[in-house]
Design a protein around this ligand. Sequence first.
Ligand code: PMV
Length: 332
Amino acid sequence: MRKQDVIAKLLPATRLPVCSVAEAFAPSNIALSKYWGKRDAELNLPVNPSLSVSLGRLGSHTRLSCIDAAQDEVLLNDQPVAEDDSFSRKIVSYLDLFRSEDAPRLRIETRNNIPTAAGLASSASGFAALAKALDQLMGFNSPPAQLSAFARMGSGSASRSIFDGFVEWQMGVREDGMDSVAVRLPANWPALRIGLLTVAAAAKPVGSRAGMQRTVETAHLYQSWPLQANTDLEKIREAIITQDFTLLGQTAERNALSMHATMIASWPPLLYWQPESVAAMQRIWQLRAEGLPLYFTMDAGPNLKLLFLEQDQAAVSAAFPDLQVVAPFVQP
Ligand code: PMV
């Protein structure tokens, strides 16, 4: 099913802005139980459910304003982005899904306060903020689940960035994907800390879309992934409910390494790690053997996201002095 056909069933045929400016913020998110592999590449429908934690005030802010011009204007962190740049093309084709052809063109200003070098996906928060701002501009008044589905059509993990806190993206079974939406879990964990450890800032050679496709198509090991992912998600949910940090850390770390195992088993091989990534893993394992409850997770890139509790922050920061620490449940 095409995105425009799904959208046509949900929104009025004529779609024009109801105001001239709209803005929205969406947080970045880190999956504790990962999404890897699509069962439908057009709609970004996943093979497995996933569970993430949103990063509070770290994310994307997007402002849309109607302009009197023939083309949309895209700005990223106050810098104009060329029309033929892939970033602009992705945004414009996403907007085109939701607006009538004769709708006024837009200036799209996105500001990310995520350190770009940290290797954190800004596409998740970016598409979630864009979906929210667009919903206001066009007066769609979408309920949160529909907003999550719309954000998913930009980038899978964006479905989770519609919400704060712990978020589960249910895989759904419908062909139109309208049950493949995220929900916020009714739980907080004020002592939870996430440390962003940047070991390499270079752009990754294979993006997540192409990486997933390669893994699904070529890695026999991928057959075991849905079972692993479903089992891990249940454990993470239980760890959150019972506030069992050991269960959370162990499950999240093993889930990330299992995902990377499927990547490595692809052909051509997909290894996102750099020597510095492995050195950081070994340092974490050493610290853990010495009694520090410290775990990590990793996405499709060389950087690590450390998981620990507030009480261990001084010890973790002493071991990793450049760590950027996020407290997802603490209001700044
Ligand atoms: O939705 P994408 O294309 O940003 O893919 C995200 C994939 C991972 O970050 C590796 C896992 C996840 O669940 O966020």
